[in-house]
Ligand binder design. Structure first.
Ligand SMILES: [Zn+2]
Length: 305
């Protein structure tokens, strides 16, 4: 990381990414102006500094990947007359929050939008709820660059609770949706490098392993009731349930962690968490109920007496 605190680098054809090593945002240089995409508060005004390292052209458009403050909380550094663009649900959220740092977009789209400006083409596509409502693809077909924030984590497993996703089935589907685009380079919003198609394929495989592990955890849930009753009793019902769920997830996640250690960073820390998050998605989103009577008869678990 340069002493300036940020790295700015051209990917190809006037498309740049900016990073501080933890967050990523982007901008596109057009014939007469600049299209900025996101501005994380951790970079703050350095986003404008990075753009000014490259060009003196005015910032004419600002695209929001999604409504989360950690990615767009510093967009107020851009000129007031720059046109803000985002998905309709991003508008709804931002209108509701009324945060002066995150002005609602001026132009919205529901499914997709094409922006042609100064020789550059930017397509926005929304394929439904995923990490967050409104979180959209930003695609530059001429450059084969795809931006999708908070879904793909190059070299690492997704962040905790499956990237804090509000919709796990949608998060899973977005691996396949991403691969439908003809892209070579991906801007993912986090971590230290750009992504590739291979990164999407690798994470897709990991997430399907997690889904299988969660399915297995559902199947062994009943076996964990005695263990939980002996360890923590049934008086504190939340503690009892938590102990059952965590024991099932920990056992089911073991082979996934063994397979992925050394391939994806953070799996030893988050493999169980991901399995447990997926477990609840299978129960609640997909109605895959474990065949369980949660309270076993007391005499079935009197091993300590
Ligand atoms: Zn987010």
């Amino acid at each position: 990381m340069p002493a300036s605190g940020y790295l700015v680098e051209e990917i190809t054809g006037g498309v740049y990414w900016i990073t501080d090593g933890g967050y990523q945002c982007a901008f596109v240089v057009c014939a007469d102006g600049v299209v900025a995409i996101d501005a994380p508060p951790c970079l703050g005004g350095l986003v404008t500094s990075a753009i000014r390292d490259v060009t003196a052209k005015p910032i004419t458009h600002v695209i929001y990947s999604h409504f989360h403050g950690d990615h767009i909380g510093a967009v107020d550094q851009f000129p007031d007359d720059a046109v803000r663009i985002a998905q309709q649900q991003t508008h709804e959220k931002l209108a509701e929050f009324a945060d002066p740092a995150r002005r609602p977009p001026d132009i919205t789209f529901e499914d997709s939008m094409r922006l042609e400006v100064g020789g550059q083409v930017l397509e926005m596509h929304y394929r439904g709820d995923n990490h967050a409502a409104g979180n959209s693809f930003i695609f530059l077909p001429q450059r084969k660059v795809l931006m999708l924030v908070d879904v793909i984590y190059p070299g690492w497993v997704p962040f905790t609770n499956i990237a804090q996703s509000k919709n796990i089935p949608g998060f899973m589907a977005h691996h396949d949706y991403a691969l439908e685009f003809d892209f070579e380079t991906m801007i993912t919003g986090h971590l230290t490098r750009l992504g590739t198609r291979e990164d999407v394929l690798v994470q897709r495989e990991y997430m399907h392993d997690i889904r299988e592990a969660a399915q297995h955890a559902l199947e062994i849930t009943a076996e964990k009731r005695d263990l939980a009753r002996n360890q923590v009793g049934t008086e504190h019902i939340y503690l009892y349930f938590r102990t059952i769920y965590e024991a099932a997830a920990a056992e089911a996640a073991k082979p996934v962690i063994e397979k992925w250690v050394g391939r994806l960073g953070g799996v030893e820390m988050l493999g169980v968490n991901h399995t447990l998050t997926m477990y609840h998605s299978l129960r609640l989103d997909e109605n895959a109920q474990p065949p369980v009577v949660f309270f076993p008869p007391a005499d079935s678990c009197n091993h300590n007496t």
